[in-house]
Design a protein. Structure first.
Length: 257
C-alpha cells in the first residue's frame, strides 16, 4: 500500500516488521485444498464470476462464499478507521494472467521493503473506492486508468494500521508500462495468478509478541498468511505476507466457491 495508507493511526498497534514475519514459524500448510482450475483463471471466466457476484453476493449480503480474512477488526473495535483502496491488477500475458505487485522502498519509515498492491487512502475528491484505487495506481506506478478494466470490489479488509481497505480487482492490458514513484516504490514485479490461486503455496504463520503480556493492550499472537515466491528467471525471492496475502487468499476463496 502507499505511504499515506501505511502510516499508523495514533491508536493503532505497531505493524510487524517484515524481517520478523519471515522468521515466524509455519503453523499450517494448505496443500489439501484444491487449486482454482485453470479455466476459471481466464479473463472471460473472471468477468463472469465477478458479474455473478455483483448480482447475487455484493459485500455485506448473503452469498455462496465469505471472505476468509476480514483483517484486524478486533484491534480497532470502537476506534475510527480510514477508508482506503488497493488495486489488484491482473495483467494478461501469453503464459497466463499475472498479478502485479510492488515492493516498497527500503528507506520508508513504515512497512519498509514490504510487498503490497498499489493503493492508498481515499482523498476527499475521490468518487468511490474504484476511483481511489485507479488514482493511486497511476500515482505509484504510472498505470493509466484507460488501460484498466475493473472487474469488481472485494469486501473490506481492515489493516492493523487502522485502514478499511477495499481491494479492487481489475484486468490490465499487456501493453501497460510501469513508472515506479521514486522514494516510495522500489520495484514492480509480476507473480503468476495460478501460483497464488494454489493453496499449496499458502502458509499460515504465527508470531508471539514478547511485549504483549506486559502491555495488555497488544495481541499476544499475530497470525497471518504468507506466500513466499521465487522468480526463477531472476532467482529473486519475494515474501508476500500480511494484508496483501490475506486479500489474495480472499480472492482464492471467491474463485474456488
Amino acid at each position: 500500500m502507499a505511504l499515506r495508507i501505511a502510516m499508523s493511526l495514533p491508536t493503532s498497534p505497531p505493524p510487524l516488521p517484515t524481517t520478523q514475519a519471515e522468521q515466524a514459524p509455519v503453523l499450517e500448510r494448505h496443500g489439501h485444498l484444491p487449486a482454482v482450475p485453470a479455466q476459471r483463471l481466464q479473463p472471460a471466466a473472471l468477468r463472469e464470476t465477478f458479474a455473478r457476484w455483483r448480482a447475487t453476493g455484493a459485500p455485506g449480503s448473503a452469498s455462496d462464499w465469505l471472505p476468509e480474512r476480514a483483517g484486524d477488526l478486533a484491534v480497532h473495535e470502537g476506534r475510527a478507521t480510514r477508508q482506503a483502496s488497493v488495486l489488484v491488477p491482473l495483467v494478461a500475458r501469453e503464459q497466463g494472467l499475472q498479478v502485479l505487485l510492488t515492493r516498497r522502498d527500503a528507506r520508508l519509515s513504515v512497512h519498509a521493503g514490504q510487498i503490497s498492491f498499489p493503493g492508498g487512502g481515499r482523498d476527499p475528491g475521490d468518487r468511490d473506492a474504484v476511483h481511489t484505487a485507479l488514482r493511486e495506481a497511476e500515482e505509484e506506478i504510472g498505470l493509466a486508468p484507460a488501460l484498466v478494466e475493473t472487474l469488481g470490489c472485494m469486501p473490506l479488509y481492515t489493516t492493523v494500521t487502522g485502514f478499511a481497505v477495499t481491494p479492487v480487482v481489475a484486468l490490465v492490458e499487456p501493453g501497460a508500462r510501469w513508472r515506479p514513484q521514486q522514494g516510495e516504490v522500489a520495484e514492480v514485479f509480476e507473480v503468476p495468478l495460478a501460483f497464488l490461486m494454489d493453496p499449496r503455496h499458502h502458509e499460515l504463520r504465527g508470531w508471539d509478541n514478547p511485549q504483549a503480556p506486559a502491555s495488555g493492550a497488544l495481541p499476544a499472537r499475530r497470525v497471518f498468511y504468507a506466500m513466499p515466491w521465487r522468480d526463477d528467471r531472476s532467482g529473486r525471492d519475494y515474501f508476500i505476507w500480511g494484508a496483501t496475502a490475506a486479500m489474495i487468499r480472499n480472492l482464492y476463496r471467491l474463485l474456488i466457491a
